[in-house]
Design a protein around this ligand. Structure first.
Ligand SMILES: [Zn+2]
Ligand SMILES: [Zn+2]
Length: 350
């Protein structure tokens, strides 16, 4: 089994070989066909999140090194443990990586992704920057036919994260207003494609990269805004007649969150999704005076994964731009993503 592993935080990934593991109990061995590269892989590789004001959240706990990154995985089942039910060798499946303990009240309520002791695949246990991955239980496997393998892989994080956030926008209500997407990386682009199926509102997009804004315009954005313009918030307010009903910040930086917050109309909702890092400075009186809601959204539940796959199958979701690269290019993919040189999603093909 070949893996590109983190052997020391922040150091280049190392290519390592090991014997193929044999699945025990309910475990399943999957041959990896495709594995997406996510921004959170960068944080896990570096071992920290920037919390702003010089503070860092340590991410080195909860896993042993060497560690194999990669949580957007699709492939083919090649071996199953004796207690693995409902799965067979030859099945082609996408992996729901945000598995919880399966036993606590959170997991029982269907929110495995919020389980306090969960060990997500590629985060707390070995992931898909490899030619094989050992999975703890068949409940993490979802049939993706007839979707393509690389596209299905991206559903596990960027697609699911976008869908989970849009579901919250839909629940908050947009009542004739607009939705603003801030940040057009893999998740923001996925949200732009999914939005018409989930939220009844014109979608505006903001980003620092003019090229991505052009792509967004072609992919259905009703308006695009350059975040680097000093008057970006004013432009959005002018365009919307006073602000947007909801804004989803897929960057999660001080600048992006401030822009998204500033662009809200009275009664608006800000949903922070991105994990870039930083702290949000708020004029507190604006919360009550404008009756603003701020909430976070983290990936999505197994039920949302199933709903997203159904939506994908219905054909109403435009495909995310995918940049396929060989597994051997895992490190370059992380470097390019960190440097902002990626449009859409990089997917490694083993
Ligand atoms: Zn991810
Ligand atoms: Zn749990």
């Amino acid at each position: 089994m070949l893996s590109h592993q983190v052997t020391a935080y922040g150091r280049p990934l190392e290519r390592r070989e090991a014997a193929l593991p044999e699945p025990r109990a309910a475990e399943v061995l999957l041959r990896v066909g495709a594995c997406g590269v996510c921004h959170s892989d960068i944080h896990l590789w570096e071992g920290a999140f920037d919390l702003g004001a010089g503070k860092r959240l340590d991410l080195t706990q909860g896993r042993d090194l060497p560690h194999t990154l990669g949580h957007e995985i699709a492939g083919e089942v090649v071996a199953v443990g004796p207690e693995a039910v409902g799965v067979a060798v030859g099945d082609r499946r996408v992996v729901y990586p945000w598995l919880g303990c399966g036993a606590c009240p959170r997991c029982a309520a269907g929110d495995e992704h919020l389980c306090p002791t969960g060990r997500p695949i590629g985060v707390g246990r070995a992931g898909g920057f490899a030619d094989h991955v050992l999975l703890p239980h068949p409940r993490c496997l979802f049939d993706y036919a007839p979707l393509g393998e690389a596209l299905a892989a991206t559903y596990a994080c960027s697609g699911l994260t976008a869908f989970g956030a849009l579901r919250k926008v839909s629940a908050a209500g947009v009542a004739g207003g607009e939705l603003l997407i801030v940040g057009l990386g893999g998740v923001g682009m996925a949200a732009l494609g999914l939005a018409p199926s989930v939220v009844e509102a014109p979608v505006l997009c903001a980003d620092v990269d003019p090229g991505r804004l052009v792509v967004a315009g072609r992919r259905g954005a009703a308006g695009t805004f350059d975040v680097s313009a000093a008057d970006a918030v004013k432009q959005i307010k002018r365009r919307t007649g006073g602000g947007v009903a909801a804004a989803v910040d897929f960057v999660g930086s001080e600048r992006s969150a401030a822009l998204a917050f500033g662009a809200l109309a009275p009664g608006g909702t800000l949903i922070v999704v991105g994990l870039f890092g930083g702290a949000l400075q708020l004029a507190l009186p604006l919360l009550p005076l404008k009756q603003i809601t701020i909430r976070g959204s983290y990936v999505g539940s197994p039920a949302e994964m199933a709903e997203l796959l159904a939506l994908g199958r219905s054909g109403s979701v435009p495909e995310l731009p995918i940049d396929e690269r060989p597994l051997a290019a895992a490190q370059t993919a992380l470097d390019d993503l960190r440097a902002g040189r990626v449009t859409g999603r990089v997917v490694l093909r083993a």
